[in-house]
Design a protein around this ligand. Sequence first.
Ligand SMILES: [Zn+2]
Length: 364
Amino acid sequence: MTSAFAEEKTTLFDFRYWTAPNHTRIVIDTEADTAFKVSAKDNYVLLSVKNAKVLSQTFSHLFFEDERIERIQIKRSGDDIRLIFYTNEVFEVKHYTLAPNEKYKYHRLVIDLIDLQSKTAVADSAIEQDDEPERKVVLVDAGHGGEDPGASGKNGSREKDVNLAIAQKLVDTINQSDDITAILTRSGDYYIPLTERITIGLGKRATMFISIHADAVESTSAKGASIYSLSEKGEVSELAKQLEQSENSVDQFGGVETVIDSDQFLKTMLTDFSRKDRDIQSQQLAATILKQISTIGPVHKKTPQKANFVVLKSPAIPSVLVETAFISNPGQEARLNDSVEQQKIADAIFQGIKDYYSAVASQL
Ligand SMILES: [Zn+2]
């Protein structure tokens, strides 16, 4: 009787934390239909889970150093487990559940502690004052991050990490030049919803958007870079369709509320009449980057490709997505992890950006 009862306990399998500049995300791997309650007070957030147990192998993962959480306590109340996250400030607390997907086999319980006053919003309004007309600001987006690892290689590398390494090198390279400035969407291992990546660009008054990714397919022999611009009306390849699924999967990582917000957001953005200009400019930019990238390694397709990637829907600036290589190909995976190769990729993209700007200047 006792042992049968013990079998029925809900297991909390593992704990992950992702610290972003404006929020901390707590993720708990658990079972379907876990009975839980989240309550937030001024200096703590309490999660109670009915009739639950924690695995001894992952127990230590519960305790984590974070700038918003001072300490974490676990208490047992009868058969229930209570996790108390003591915070150093009052945060907006959101929680939701996420279903398993190809990356995570467990159901997940997510708690976000969000800063009340966004520090980045203050910085953005300061930038608004700058009215220099010739500014060239490239927003470099490291695809995926945090709870969203992106594709993974046969030898265990994760797309989110190589994307960030290449994006960081690209930003550093661009910022060494005199007339172009570059900014990262994310500078660490945390997730930013796709539409928020676009709003960061609007806030920073970016004049170009480049999203860095690496793709993956079943076959380990597929190789080479591809450059994508936006297509909202079909006419895309089979590979592009597959990629749309993996690159647009906001709902699996950002939570339901984010998806509803983003739909509304995109409706507003897509009424913009400058959409056509953006598409032509994006195709030009895709072509100049592809030309440069083909000088340093194989390309998967000899012409720029199109796909319906949410992240490319900035209202009026040229926006492209670079699939730098196939992380599913062990040779290319090694290349993506090699610092010298990462710099070569960054240099080629930067040269493509410069070629684009000179072409635009000569058309004036
Ligand atoms: Zn990706």
